[in-house]
Design a protein around this ligand. Structure first.
Ligand code: IPM
Ligand code: MG
Length: 356
């Protein structure tokens, strides 16, 4: 028996429902591959603001630090979206968590499912076979740069984009390393024609490229990359980019696959790694048992692969997800016309049963 400790941070909106499905998948894997799993739930997001007035309480941080992996649901609550001057916001919890856990790299694989090609808003022949990995820097740039705020009269606002050579180098190195493990092609995305941080980014990547002669590197402006991801998604193997560009490009990339509800992610860095769907808290669906659990279940697959180096366990989860999609045991966002959509729990039960 391998003992593992998982922190469960369900968060807001559909978070609790989708994390519950991932837990079923983890339990099924644990039974099959000999894990003894200890879950520790902890508060985060609006749920934590309501309970203790802090979106990432110290107690939650301690649970994360003491765990082998964090399984995360979603953060965000519409109550705060219309309160631009709220003192604390749920999203601050996510940012604080990333920073305190040192999660500087967010890995977002974009893969298509053959049987879902018809769901993509893009032509199937463009999308078929698209398979790339976005490596998004997660603890720098505009999200964390200071100063940030308003002038005294309230009429001017500012954010600051800051990157050090060291921050750029460690994320680009990861990009090169993943490219080596894949098809050996790296696209460095920046806006070096305008931004000073992007010029440092490009300079640093170019210097690093000399250490990786086997990787074909290209440099692409972010606006061009946004276009190319839609026009020619198969062009990409590994993309490495800064925080905000990565945020935007990965939401864009997710629609290629047919639903935002399909894409998982892993955040890795200095302390405990974290696994979460790339979608948000989808408050309109909260409590309705309709949200797609696949992105979170696949995040659990990434957890076994990245945190526990168990590719077999990850593959078992992936196979069960593939089967659910093949057999149309899927939620309404991806259910084919004329097929009755499954609920979140039905889809989760089917996946867990087929891991066992
Ligand atoms: C994401 C989300 C977050 C981000 C929000 C909720 C702060 O959009 O993980 O992509 O911008 O990083
Ligand atoms: Mg985002």
């Amino acid at each position: 028996m391998k003992k593992i400790n998982i922190a469960l941070l369900a968060g807001d909106g559909i978070g609790p429902e989708i994390v519950a499905q991932a837990v079923k998948a983890v339990d099924a894997v644990a039974a099959k591959y000999g894990y003894d799993v200890n879950y520790t739930p902890a508060l985060v997001g609006a749920a934590a603001i309501d309970a203790v007035g802090d979106p990432y309480p110290q107690a939650t941080h301690e649970v994360c630090m003491a765990s082998d992996a964090v399984l995360f649901g979603a953060i965000g609550d519409p109550r705060f979206d219309n309160m631009p001057n709220a003192k604390v916001r749920p999203e601050q919890g996510l940012l604080a968590m990333r920073k305190k856990l040192g999660l500087y790299a967010n890995l977002r694989p974009v893969e298509t499912f053959a049987s879902l090609l018809h769901r993509s808003p893009l032509r199937a022949d463009l999308v078929e076979g698209a398979d790339f990995l976005c490596v998004r820097e997660l603890t720098g740039g505009l999200y964390f740069g200071r100063p940030q705020g308003r002038s005294e009269d309230g009429c001017t606002a500012y954010d600051t984009c800051v990157y050090t050579r060291e921050e750029i180098e460690r994320i680009c190195r990861l990009g090169f390393e993943y490219a080596l493990k894949r098809r050996r092609k790296l696209t460095v995305v920046d806006k070096a024609n305008v931004l000073a941080t992007s010029r440092l980014w490009r300079e640093t990547a170019q210097a690093l490229a000399t250490e990786y002669p086997d990787v074909e590197v290209e440099y692409m402006f972010v606006d061009n990359a946004a276009m190319k991801i839609i026009q020619q998604p198969r062009h990409f193997d590994v993309i490495v980019t800064e925080n905000m560009f990565g945020d935007i490009l990965t939401d864009e990339a997710s629609v290629i696959t047919g639903s935002l509800g399909l894409l998982p992610s892993a955040s890795i860095g200095t302390h405990t790694s974290l696994f979460e769907p790339i979608h948000g808290s989808y408050p309109q669906a909260a409590g309705k048992n309709i949200a797609n659990p696949i992105a979170t279940v696949l995040s659990a697959a990434m957890m076994f692969e990245y945190a526990f180096a168990d590719m077999e366990a990850g593959a078992a989860i992936r196979r069960a997800v593939d089967l659910a999609i093949e057999r149309d045991i899927v939620t309404e966002d991806i259910a084919p016309a004329g097929v009755k959509a499954s609920s979140t729990t039905e889809a989760g039960d089917f996946i867990a049963a087929n891991i066992a």
